[in-house]
Design a protein around this ligand. Structure first.
Ligand SMILES: Cc1cc2nc3c(=O)[nH]c(=O)nc-3n(C[C@H](O)[C@H](O)[C@H](O)COP(=O)(O)O)c2cc1C
Length: 186
């Protein structure tokens, strides 16, 4: 097992894949990691649709590639489509009262847990938000009323680990005060 501090550096958006198929046991391990993610009121408002049948996968890949984006999905042997499922009543009521859409946060966390587990197993992933939602729904027979929140490409990759480009700690955090309130100059 890799230490967490190492794992979060290993996880990166992987846009280059080998054609080595991904073992189903490994995909299941990633799904198990997503399954254990926290969610508002333990609502678990997600369904992970794994697409690993090559022809269908290419058809789905075609729905992600446009305007120069996401061509690498044709290389990835697996695409996972994350469908937003019904929240439980407490989560939707809480969201209504607090003016928040909790299921979006929930899905983000589950997707990240999937990707971190994949990294631990030596697999590359890329989270995708750019795709033709309606086309994918009809290809995979997903209810038209449901939303596809995100997708994940998955596979083995020859790509080296890059240095992360991130805001500095000072830019992204503060202690005991709120620079966004406007009362403090930053
Ligand atoms: C919600 C979301 C949507 C994203 N959509 C895409 C996408 O459609 N195509 C893509 O190549 N990368 C996509 N990314 C990856 C981001 O560009 C990437 O996470 C960011 O640049 C940081 O790089 P890293 O993941 O390598 O650390 C997405 C990431 C997130 C969290």
């Amino acid at each position: 097992m890799k230490p967490f501090a190492e794992l979060i550096k290993l996880r990166q958006s992987t846009r280059e894949y080998t054609n080595k198929p991904v073992e189903r046991e490994k995909i299941i391990q990633c799904l198990q990691a997503a399954r254990l993610a926290p969610s508002a009121n333990n609502s678990q408002p997600w369904k992970f649709v794994v697409v690993d049948e090559p022809q269908l996968k290419d058809q789905v890949a075609d729905c992600t590639a446009s305007l120069g984006m996401n061509k690498f999905t044709f290389q990835a042997p697996v695409l996972v489509v994350v469908v937003q499922d019904k929240e439980n009543i407490w989560s939707s009521l809480g969201g209504l009262v607090k003016d928040k859409v909790f299921c979006h946060y929930d899905i983000g966390m589950a997707v990240n847990q999937f990707c971190l587990q994949a990294a631990e197993l030596g697999l590359g992933t890329c989270i995708l938000g750019w795709f033709k939602e309606e086309k994918i729904k009809s290809l995979l027979n997903i209810n038209k009323k449901k939303r596809i929140a995100l997708m994940i490409s998955l596979g083995y990759s020859p790509a080296p680990i890059r240095e992360k480009k991130r805001k500095s700690l000072e830019e992204m955090s503060c202690w005991n005060t709120n620079p966004l309130s406007g009362s403090v100059s930053v």
